[in-house]
Design a protein around this ligand. Structure first.
Ligand code: PLP
Length: 401
């Protein structure tokens, strides 16, 4: 049977990270001990008090539909969070809760992007942004954030990429995949450009807000530049900060007409996010926050460890990022070299396949994030595994000729 699929779905690439994950799963099933540097989530469990809130929601029968855009309790918790942590005032009808941060972004793109609209995406980028833009009929336009600029775009670059067709800028700091964090001054320089172009909307993806190191302060666009608040959607979620990736709760604050449009799309697709997860997320945002501090210290220690170990590998150049839980070393010095089996490493894809097949280390190729040749290494795994994995990478690099 020949199935005729929509033109829409054919615009979307399958996630490039899936191939590595699948190969790693196969090798594991065959009994190999794989070190997984591919994870996009914290390696520990949701804190107990949050789990208990989910359990008691079930016991109390909070198992029915909720309002599409989220329960009042959760929206109030989000409103308080925005106020106390970001100095942002959002009314309840300026807040929408969705099934993960990814869903928030998807709803926004579906709600505002028309055919041919340009979506500005600094590269390296999180894998889903361009495909979501394409699904909506938009055109992703990439702005190269160079390694020597610490993977950050400049005001001049932003200005040069804005056209009358630009509809949205997607801004993500701390960043996946590079861990780059913009300073307030760097963000204000971008805001100055954006103020000149009132037709450009802004998505601020703040999902790694709480994973920022070296005593740096997190900033978000609507807060540091209130003149842009009426065209900024401030997106966040509980996945990364509270180790709640499986609960699927993301949220945003933004202008009421945009929130209403996003909610309309949500109402005709998923309806409300899971009622039990909403109760747990309410506790995450309102309960004790000491977990975040402990986490942050742990990740910072791992970051220091991994940056040193990776920089000790021949041919890898690993900048030290200030946030998230990824490093993004440049591997251009290894391109063109030959493996002990005589195969040429022509790309970061070849390199990651070599690491996985020969040394049982799984990581993600830079090609997936729109910037090559690089590899993304997640340090959301225990120190012993980090040390063992880096030892293998070092040996793998040393054996290339
Ligand atoms: N934004 C970025 C930059 C991410 O890395 C992720 C997850 O990996 C998300 C958004 C979405 O997170 P979630 O859908 O789990 O809330």
């Amino acid at each position: 049977m020949d199935y005729i699929l929509s033109d829409r779905v054919q615009k979307v690439k399958p996630s490039p990270t899936l191939a590595v994950t699948q190969k790693a799963t196969e090798l594991r099933a065959a009994g190999h001990q794989i070190i997984g540097f591919g994870a996009g989530e914290p390696d520990f469990d949701t804190p107990d008090h949050i789990k208990k809130a989910g359990q008691s929601a079930i016991d109390q029968g909070k198992t029915r539909y909720t309002p599409v855009g989220g329960t009042v309790e959760l929206k109030l918790a989000i409103q308080r969070k925005f106020k106390t942590e970001n100095n942002l005032d959002y009314k309840l009808d300026e807040i929408l809760v969705s099934c993960g941060g990814k869903h928030t972004i998807y709803n926004l793109i579906m709600a505002i992007i028309n055919d041919g609209d340009e979506v500005l995406i600094p590269a390296p980028y999180w894998v889903s942004y361009p495909d979501m833009a394409l699904l909506a009929g938009g055109k992703p336009v990439f702005i190269d954030a160079k390694i020597d600029a610490d993977f950050k775009i400049t005001a001049e670059q932003l200005e040069a990429h804005i056209t009358p067709k630009t509809k949205l800028l997607i801004f993500n700091s701390p960043s996946n995949p590079t861990g780059a964090c913009y300073s307030k001054e760097e963000m204000l320089a971008l805001c100055k450009v954006l103020k000149k172009h009132p037709h450009v909307m802004i998505l601020s993806d703040d999902i790694y807000e709480h994973l920022i190191y070296d005593n740096l302060t997190f900033h978000t666009i609507a807060s540091i530049c209130p003149e842009l608040k009426d065209r900024t959607i401030t997106m966040n979620g509980v996945s990364k900060a509270y180790a709640m990736t499986g609960w699927r709760i993301g949220y945003c604050g933004g202008p009421t007409p945009i929130i209403k449009a996003m909610q309309k799309i949500q109402s005709q697709s998923t309806s409300n996010p899971c009622s039990v997860s909403q109760a747990a997320a309410t506790e995450a945002l309102s309960g004790p926050q000491d977990f975040i501090k402990t986490n942050k210290a742990l990740f910072q220690k791992r970051r220091d460890l991994i940056v040193n170990l990776i920089n000790d590998c021949e041919g890898l150049n690993c900048p030290k990022p200030n946030g998230a839980f990824y490093v993004y070393p440049d591997c251009s010095a290894l391109i063109g070299k030959k493996t002990p089996k005589g195969e040429t490493i022509s790309s970061d894809k070849d390199l990651s396949e070599y690491f996985l097949t020969e040394y049982h280390v799984a990581l993600v190729l830079g090609e997936a994030f729109g910037s090559s040749p690089n590899i993304r290494i997640s340090y959301a795994l225990g120190e012993d595994d980090i040390i063992e994995g880096c030892k293998r990478i070092k040996e793998a690099c040393a054996n290339l000729r």
